[in-house]
Design a protein around this ligand. Structure first.
Ligand code: MG
Length: 261
């Protein structure tokens, strides 16, 4: 067993149930934003709606103040990959794609998920980028099986993305999640050549989050020290689910379950 494997926390079924509830708030936020996003909105408005929904459901916005992040919601437009800061000055336009990433803390545990949304009608290239990224997440989720390795998840993303002519970001990766927002192990979206990859065990919970670029995989961080953009200015998409490894296979905690009001 490697040191990295030792540091991984395993959750009880009761803890996974709390994480499910945290992630259902996240999923509710993302659904709300998908319903409301349109040209002319600024991204600070989206942040306010997200935080309001979260608090109305007794959750705490997990990203607010995290390492000094100023918003509750990460909002990344077009060539922005992740960690965009909500702002009144960023106004959505027809044809943009918008990645929204939200985290919730509830009863001491975290939920974390993201989607990329079209603003009005978008180009076929952006449509394909969003579709392939979502598909790569779905394929990766299917690899969350006891006995598999984290690298099986990584391969699930990378093969599908590259087959479709896009690239996966190296510099930012998915992660374990639980009583901390970011736990071991790292969940890269590409297969690492040298590192030995941890085994997936029952009770592990992983935030799997392919970040997929239409052009080069290379990224840079803007002067605000948060916003990650593609190095070539080509668009980027991001989808994320929090997934528990169970004896029966993957359990997607952040897949929205419709309930009677
Ligand atoms: Mg995450």
């Amino acid at each position: 067993m490697t040191d990295q494997e030792k540091a991984i926390t395993v959750k009880t079924p009761e803890e996974i149930q709390v994480m499910y509830r945290a992630n259902q708030i996240v999923a509710g936020v993302l659904q709300l934003l998908a319903q409301r996003v349109r040209p002319g909105l600024n991204t600070l408005q989206l942040d306010r709606w997200a935080e309001e929904y979260c608090r109305d459901h007794d959750g705490e916005p997990a990203f607010k103040g995290y390492r000094g992040f100023p918003g509750s919601l990460c909002v990344s437009v077009n060539e922005q990959v992740v960690h965009g800061i909500p702002s009144r000055k960023v106004v959505l336009r027809e044809g943009d794609i918008l990645s929204v990433d939200f985290g919730v803390r509830l009863n001491g545990f975290y939920g974390d998920a993201a989607v990329t949304l079209p603003v009005g009608s978008v180009s076929r290239r952006k449509e394909k980028l969003m579709r392939v990224t979502r598909e790569s997440l779905d394929l990766a989720v299917q690899q969350v099986r006891v006995g598999n390795r984290i690298s099986d998840i990584s391969r699930g993303v990378q093969v599908h993305v590259e087959k479709n002519g896009f690239s996966v970001v190296r510099q930012f990766v998915g992660h374990g999640i639980g009583a901390d927002l970011h736990e071991s192990p790292e969940v890269p979206n590409y297969v690492q050549k040298v590192k030995s990859s941890p085994r997936i065990v029952e009770g592990m919970v992983l935030a799997i989050e392919p970040m997929v670029n239409a052009g080069t995989y290379k990224v840079k961080v803007l002067q605000d020290n948060w916003t990650v953009v593609t190095a070539d200015g080509a668009p980027s998409a991001h989808f994320e689910h929090s997934v528990a490894a169970t004896a029966d296979g993957p359990l997607v905690l952040s897949a929205l379950e419709e309930t009677e009001a």
